[in-house]
Design a binder for this molecule. Sequence first.
Ligand code: ADP
Ligand code: MG
Length: 294
Amino acid sequence: MEPLIKFENVCYTYTGNDAEPGMFAVHDLSLEIKEGEFVAILGHNGSGKSTTAKLMNMILAPNSGDIYVEGNKITGRELTDEDVFEVRKKIGMVFQNPDNQIVATIVEEDVAFGPENLGVPSQEIRKRVDEALDIVGMREYARHAPHKLSGGQKQRVAIAGVIAMKPKCIIFDESTAMLDPMGRKEVMNTIRRLNKEGMTVILITHYMNEAVLADRVIVMKSGEIYEQGDPKDVFCNVERLWEAGLEVPQTTELIFKLNKKFGWEIPLGVYDFDTCARLVTEKIKEVRGENVGN
Ligand code: ADP
Ligand code: MG
């Protein structure tokens, strides 16, 4: 099966007043996103994550290289509004600030906005809005005013608005960054649930505990892929990530430092605090036991 999204040697340079002349925001980037995958994209500020996302759903067009969506080339020719429309229908995007994404004064009208723009018949819209609000757990707020909701709730309404367009893939560009821990959890639960039900998810995040939930992580640096793979493998390479100015999950960092200091070999790919605490405690007991034995 064709990948849902494919980049071949894609380059992008911004022009305009804010742009640094000759600097690539994205450089020679090749990647594939398979249908149903959950991919996290990590990287320092300015590493090209948002530019990549905008290239994926045709907010930007590359200067060179090609992009394919479900095998259809969306670059290298004059594109019609229809072409853009078809891609946006398949690849939805949720941004960082929920306040900038809410357009209506009632939740259900906000969610209906996307499908209305797609020309979906009104009966079908009704159905989609209800379904989408159910999925994000916001059905009971259907008649509420969005501006009175919490950040996490607003972001879930924004997600419902994208779901109602029935995309195959949703890109979340730091969509949890402005939320409190509770809101982040709500949104992450929603994202995981969507993926379990078949939605392709691309999660751009600074939170390592979110990235470890993905099937694959792509680490970007200076507009290129610096590292990619199974989160366990990528995060075990602690020093390499530190070199790129990135963090690793807290549990991995703790175990890495203990291993280094004491010559232990506790596995690094542990992300929940309880397991981490148990492994470290067991190790301490083991070491003490040995000492007593000696
Ligand atoms: P990230 O999302 O990883 O923080 P971006 O894709 O936003 O990175 O930015 C990549 C590079 O492109 C950075 O050097 C950034 O300064 C530059 N850039 C981003 N947006 C613009 C813009 N609108 N105009 C000029 N330069 C930009
Ligand atoms: Mg960004």
